[in-house]
Design a protein around this ligand. Structure first.
Ligand code: DX5
Ligand code: ZN
Length: 227
């Protein structure tokens, strides 16, 4: 997994057919997805429940590229080893999920995965200024986490710009999560983001038996991002 700042489209399987994750992962990769984004929710940190390490391990053989696991859970630390063993390439934890994000990030790298830190819309960029040498990815939530299909929160674009300046030459991805579509992708790409998570905007109109809309949707977001 070399580092570059080209645009990467990371479909979120939160919008996939939950009875068909393996085939959905294969379909989105065949249709041009760069990473597969896996949203883990616990019904406690966020008001929704999805799945855990066993599901990640089950879908891993169906993903050729990067498995990008976004943990919306609290506590986080007891589960890091399990998600790393399930084959996560990147494990992202929320800065709001507990008092010891520094320890959490150490544990993620210690488990052999790349470490990501996510910021809710209400959390400023400065919350992570002492953590930049410990992370491989910063995830800027552009919706309040918990559900797909929500409206993009425009006030977060300035935060992306601030983070891009803070990061400088460090090899840290800026990922955008929530409400990404061809109208919002250019705003965050121009502000310095390189990983665009998209759930509803990728999966809409398609299915495992008719995946060509996935490809059209991915290409439309990439083209709109413009770099
Ligand atoms: C929200 C999740 C997102 C979400 C994105 O809590 O972290 O990954 O699935 O979905 P869309 O693209 O539909 O906003
Ligand atoms: Zn996510």
């Amino acid at each position: 997994m070399g580092f570059d700042r080209s645009i990467k489209i990371a479909p979120s399987i939160l919008s996939a057919d939950f009875a068909n994750f393996g085939a959905e992962c294969e379909a989105i990769e065949a249709q041009g997805a760069d990473w597969v984004h896996v949203d883990v929710m616990d019904g406690h940190f966020v008001p929704n429940i999805t799945f855990g390490p066993a599901t990640c391990a089950a879908i891993r053989p169906h993903i050729k590229g990067v498995m990008d696991v976004h943990l919306m859970i609290a506590p986080v630390d007891p589960y890091i080893e399990g998600f790393a063993k399930a084959g996560a390439d990147i494990i992202t934890a929320h800065v709001e999920a507990g008092p010891h994000i520094h320890r959490t990030l150490q544990a993620i790298r210690g488990a052999g995965a790349k470490a990501g830190v996510a910021l809710n819309p209400g959390t400023p960029a400065t919350a992570i200024d002492t953590l930049l040498d410990m992370v491989d990815l910063v995830c800027v939530m552009t919706v309040n986490p918990g559900f797909g299909g929500q409206k993009f929160i425009h006030s977060q674009v300035d935060k992306v710009r601030d983070l891009r300046a803070m990061i400088g030459d460090r090899p840290i991805h800026i990922e955008i999560d929530g409400g990404v579509d061809p109208t919002t992708a250019p705003l965050v790409a121009a502000a310095g983001a390189d990983v665009l998570v998209a759930g509803s905007a990728v999966f809409r109109g398609g299915s495992v038996t008719d995946p060509t809309p996935y490809g059209e949707n991915i290409r439309a977001i990439r083209a709109a991002a413009g770099r």
